[in-house]
Design a protein around this ligand. Structure first.
Ligand SMILES: [Zn+2]
Length: 234
């Protein structure tokens, strides 16, 4: 609907062939941190705060943006979690990826463990390895980047250009309107159980609108706005 003219800029046809059509996804991906350390370069101190929900329904199984006023998951009683998003260069994928850092502090928390980066004199030449072990405990280690290592200059440059052109780190995460959230089976079941009614999804609001920056609170019935609504079914 509110498509900006600049989104009709040229697009690489092969990128179109490979691209996925899931609403809200873009070429920017989240860095997946597991037991095997990921290797990253922190080339920027630029960051973006976001508020996300984890949606466990099998059709989603990922983090998605809190839709703000009218957000169905908030109405089910779950507050969104605040994260800071950082852009890092992955030496494995050879692409700039988005690292999601929770606001939580303490031993084993990523935010605290990344504190080691503040001690690095030449961060651009520092190889950072990040792993996530049992109980979501993170370990972060640093070492000098190998002399012949890939420094990701081309990928970083093109990322920085896109960033100037409006690319946001938050685009690495799914965006759904309240109406789209209400179509997720798990959310639908709980809304129905509690008796929260949203306007019928039959009114032509489709996933094609998923990239809209924010929900329109007026789309949600006023009787639905009680933030204290109990989460039943647990
Ligand atoms: Zn929410």
């Amino acid at each position: 609907m509110k498509t900006k003219p600049d989104s009709y800029d040229t697009q690489d046809f092969f990128e179109f062939l490979d691209g996925d059509d899931e609403p809200g996804h873009s070429v920017l991906r989240e860095m997946r941190v597991g037991a095997e350390p990921v290797l990253a370069l922190f080339f920027s101190r630029d960051s973006e705060p976001v508020r996300l929900h984890y949606e466990s329904d099998e059709t989603v199984q990922s983090y998605l943006h809190c839709a703000g006023a009218g957000c169905c998951i908030c109405q089910l009683g779950a507050a969104p979690t605040r994260f800071l998003l950082l852009s890092v260069y992955s030496l494995e994928s050879r692409a700039v990826e988005v690292l999601r850092v929770s606001e939580a502090r303490g031993p084993g928390k990523l935010r605290t463990e990344l504190g080691i980066l503040q001690e690095q004199e030449d961060l651009a030449s520092t190889l950072v390895s990040i792993a996530r072990g049992k109980n979501y405990r993170y370990t972060v280690q640093v070492r000098p980047l190998g002399e012949h290592a890939d420094r990701g200059s081309a990928a970083i440059e093109s990322f920085l250009r896109a960033r100037k052109g409006g690319l946001r780190l938050s685009m690495a995460f799914l965006t759904m309107s309240p109406l789209e959230m209400a179509e997720v089976p798990r959310i639908r079941r709980k809304l129905d159980a509690i008796g929260i009614r949203l306007p019928s999804a039959g009114n032509s609001k489709t996933s094609a609108d998923a990239a809209d920056p924010g929900p329109d609170p007026s789309e949600v019935g006023e009787e639905d706005s009680d933030p204290e609504a109990p989460a039943e079914g647990h």
